[in-house]
Structure formats: structure tokens, C-alpha cells
Design a protein around this ligand. Structure first.
Ligand code: GTP
Ligand code: MG
Length: 468
């Protein structure tokens, strides 16, 4: 059993403890082990740093941390702990974060075999003693609260923590041990459903700036064969459709599976209109075949029509069927996303590297923003494979991002680790959050680029005004 503490709440507590990443292991809970003080001590004594978390029936989540161990004590005594603190994570169903440090460390916690966890001598937080019977799905605590006695509550009252009620759904105690993960090296808004909804809302409400006369912005997706380009579109589409989508054909082969240039639009099941950006999928790059820097120029300039069938033996030229001779801003590419397999991005052949660098030079020449998406990070780091939400705490991924940034000369904030939908049967919040976080970065770059055209329009307007 994992316990009720969410991933995000664990990250908050990690920040409060402030000694690096932690693994949380559930030692004791009312619902699993019974509300019994003797059992609490059996399970939690001599286990090192712990957090005790109370989930009350009014939507408050609060508790206490001690760095020292709970211990057996038949007569009851106070214990010193300089690092102890109380905390609040939720109040009345809403996130409400506070750390309340100990102000009298000599009496930080009290151990007595027939009492549950007690913090402070007043007692600041005395949870229960003896045993309590469950009443349906809840328990009525028989302890007391007198916050502020030995902990600094910064003016927060008991009512603002417990809502003045004593019924709880659960009390849990977790031990905290050193985690092999690093400190968070990139902030993510959060990994919960509400965070996903916010990120989806950002993408769904994205639109090219008013005044440019274009309906849709174009993000080019380009990279070596099998890097996960088509899967990226499918992943984004899956997020909005709510089920795993296979609109773009994906798979593994020596040659590129994708043979057509496709300006994919994202359509959600409940949406009347597609989203206001295209992910333009291309044939995979090969050392001496596939798109080269010259052909890329045609794509960037908007000369290549949607659905164009790439022909490895005949490069793109003005002779191809459907060549757009007078492309408008709406036909052009507004942001370039290079996609690499995270497992091989740092060991590309000299020839491939040269090809990509010449493409990057073209992209820069055109004044276009570029980002690098690193896929298959589930294969790069076992902690990410275990849990995608570890991505921004994985040292392996952090090092990979640093290396790729050096190789391609792209700032680290534009190197975006990603796990596409691949083995999943259903969409998942964590995979979707990471995909939407990546997409948001790309859309922001796209928007920034399009603002340049608004500046141009303004300048034109001003110069025509001054001529009049
Ligand atoms: N484990 C894992 N597999 C992935 C990921 N992304 C893509 N894949 C797999 O990698 C293979 C290639 O993916 P595609 O999306 O077809 O790659 P592509 O870049 O479009 O390939 P071409 O069109 O052939 O150039 C497929 O079998 C995908 O299922 C990922 O993030 N993790
Ligand atoms: Mg493809």
C-alpha cells in the first residue's frame, strides 16, 4: 500500500525538510494497521526521520516531521529535535502550504508506549492515545491540539489548520530515507489532474497573435529515423482525445516509416474546431538520404504542400507536385523542434551531426526559434521508467540535457525530455503532463517568433502614417 500522500505533497515535504530528495515509505496507518498506539510504536520506533500526516474529514492535511526516531518509553519523556517542524498541506480541501519550525527543540516530541505521535510539550499536536474504533470510514481522535506552544505557527490558528474538527479519515506515518534522485533541476507546475487541465487549457487557448491574419501556427518536427516524431504528434493528440491515438503511423524500421509531409492538426473528441497549431511531421533523417538543408529551406519557407510524398531519389524542388510558389506567413514554419532519441542523441555519427548542424544554421538564418525534444527517456533512466514524474529529479536526464545543450548549442531551457505514449493502453496523467509541458515550451517559442511579425506590421504602419 502506497498511502494517501500525493506525489506533489511528497515534493513539498521534501522541500520543507531541505536535505535533498527522499524516498517515502509508509510505516503505519490507521486504515491499514488500526488506530492503536502500541502498533504505532511497534511499526515506527527506531526508524529514523518520519512524517506523521493527518487527513481530516474537512479536507485538511497536516502533521509533523521529526528527524530523530520515535522510541519505546514506558514512563513517557520529551525528546530533543532541532530539525522538527509541523506543517499544513491542505485546508478545507484547498492546497495551503506552511512549515512551522520548532521553537523549543528540547521538547520537540514525546514518546510514551501507550500514546500515538505527540509534538511539543503544550501539547502542540497530540493525536491520540490507546486505541480508537473506526466509525465507518472515519475515526474520532481522542488527543488535543494547542498549536504555538513549542512550534512557531506564524499567526496561523488551530482553526486554520484543523477546521476545529477531530474526525479523520486516516493518520499515516512515513519514514524518509535518502533517495538516489537529485534535487529538482527544472520546475514543473505539478503532476496532478488539475495541473494537466491547466496545461491543456494553455494549448487549447493558444492562437497566433491577432492582426497577422493567420489561423494556425506551424511547428516543424524533424529528426533522425525512429526518433519518435510521429509518436510525439500521437501523444499530443491522445491527451486531447482522452484515449491512445494512432493517427500518425509509427514504428521501427531501418528506413523512415513516415514518408509524407503531414501538417497534423490536433482535434479533441469534444472539440468543434481543431487547435490553432499544426505539428508538421517529416520523413526521418538519414546520413546521406532524406531531407537535407536545401530541402529544409523549402519546408521552412512554406513551399511544400501538406501531404507531399517524400522521394529519396528526387529532392524537393519547384517542380514537385503542389509546390506552393507564393507562400504566405500561414504556410511558413514558425518554430522548429528537433527530435532525438534520448538514448542516442549524444552519440550521433559525424555525418549525421554535420547534417543536423547545417540544418540548425538554416533555421537560425531564417530567424526561427528552435528546441530539442529528447524522447524515450523511459529507456534512458530506470527511475523515469518507474515513474515519469521523476524526470526533473533524475541526474541521468539532467546530465543528458547538459550534454545535448553543449552539442547542439541550444540553451538548456529549450532541451525538453519527453516520454511518448508507446506501451500504454490508456492515457495517464503523468505522461500527459510531461507532453503538455513540452508542448507549452514549443508554443511559447512559436508565439514569441510571431510577435516579430506584429512588430514589422507596426513599423510599416508607422512609416506609412509618417508619409501621409
Ligand atoms: N519507449 C519509448 N518508445 C518510444 C517513445 N517514442 C517513440 N517510441 C517508439 O519508437 C518507435 C519509433 O517511433 P516513431 O514515432 O515512428 O518515430 P519517427 O521519428 O516518426 O520515425 P520515422 O517516421 O521512421 O522517421 C516506435 O516503435 C515508438 O513506439 C518513447 O518516448 N518511449
Ligand atoms: Mg514518423
Amino acid at each position: 500500500m502506497d498511502g494517501r500522500l500525493t506525489f506533489t505533497q511528497k515534493k513539498v515535504l521534501e522541500r520543507f525538510v531541505a536535505t535533498g530528495a527522499k524516498d517515502f515509505s509508509l510505516l503505519y496507518s490507521f486504515t491499514r494497521d488500526g488506530a492503536n498506539a502500541t502498533v504505532f510504536h511497534q511499526k515506527c520506533n527506531n526508524r529514523g526521520p518520519t512524517v506523521t500526516v493527518i487527513y481530516n474529514t474537512k479536507g485538511s492535511v497536516y502533521g509533523g516531521y521529526i528527524e530523530k526516531s520515535w522510541v519505546a518509553d514506558t514512563s513517557g519523556s520529551y525528546n530533543r529535535d532541532d530539525k522538527a517542524f509541523l506543517f499544513r498541506l491542505m485546508y478545507d480541501g484547498n492546497v495551503s502550504l506552511n512549515k512551522f519550525p520548532v521553537k523549543n527543540p528540547d521538547k520537540a516530541f514525546y514518546c510514551y508506549d501507550t500514546y500515538g505521535p505527540i509534538f511539543g510539550s503544550g501539547h502542540d499536536l497530540y493525536i491520540f492515545n490507546g486505541s480508537i474504533n473506526a466509525e465507518g470510514t472515519q475515526y474520532t481522535l481522542n488527543g488535543s491540539t494547542s498549536f504555538g506552544s513549542d512550534f512557531d505557527m506564524s499567526g496561523v490558528s488551530t482553526d486554520q489548520i484543523t477546521g476545529n474538527i477531530t474526525t479523520v479519515f486516516d493518520v499515516e506515518v512515513y519514514s524518509l530515507s535518502e533517495s538516489p534522485l537529485a534535487n529538482i533541476w527544472r520546475e514543473c507546475p505539478g503532476w496532478d489532474l488539475k495541473d494537466l487541465e491547466e496545461l491543456k487549457h494553455f494549448a487549447a487557448s493558444f492562437a497566433p497573435p491577432h492582426g497577422l491574419g493567420i489561423d494556425t501556427a506551424n511547428v516543424l518536427v524533424i529528426g533522425p529515423v525512429g526518433a519518435g516524431k510521429s509518436s510525439f504528434f500521437n501523444t499530443v493528440a491522445s491527451v486531447f482525445r482522452g484515449h491512445i491515438c494512432d493517427q500518425a503511423v509509427c514504428g521501427s524500421a531501418e528506413k523512415s516509416i513516415t514518408s509524407k509531409y503531414r501538417m497534423y492538426r490536433v482535434r479533441g473528441s469534444q472539440m468543434e474546431k481543431p487547435l490553432r497549431f499544426c505539428l508538421c511531421d517529416t520523413m526521418g533523417l538519414e546520413e546521406s538520404q532524406g531531407i537535407d538543408a536545401q530541402e529544409l529551406t523549402y519546408i521552412l519557407d512554406g513551399n511544400v504542400p501538406d501531404g507531399y510524398q517524400f522521394n529519396p531519389t528526387t529532392p524537393i524542388s519547384s517542380e514537385i507536385h503542389g509546390f506552393v510558389t507564393s507562400p504566405t506567413l500561414g504556410h511558413k514554419i514558425h518554430c522548429v523542434c528537433f527530435v532525438f532519441d534520448g538514448n542516442t542523441a549524444t552519440i550521433l555519427s559525424e555525418k549525421m551531426l554535420e547534417k543536423i548542424k547545417s540544418m540548425q544554421a538554416k533555421v537560425r538564418q531564417k530567424g526561427l526559434p528552435q528546441a530539442v525534444v529528447l524522447t524515450k527517456i523511459d529507456n534512458v533512466c530506470s527511475y523515469v521508467e518507474e515513474d515519469v514524474r521523476n524526470v526533473y529529479q533524475s541526474d541521468t536526464i539532467k546530465q543528458l540535457v547538459n550534454k545535448v545543450s553543449n552539442i547542439f548549442g541550444v540553451p538548456r531551457s529549450f532541451i525538453l525530455p519527453l516520454k511518448n505514449y508507446e506501451k500504454e493502453f490508456d492515457v495517464r496523467t503523468d505522461v500527459s503532463v510531461l507532453a503538455m509541458h513540452t508542448l507549452k515550451r514549443l508554443l511559447l517559442s512559436t508565439e514569441n517568433h510571431l510577435f516579430n511579425f506584429l512588430d514589422q506590421l507596426d513599423r510599416k504602419q508607422k512609416s506609412s502614417d509618417s508619409l501621409e
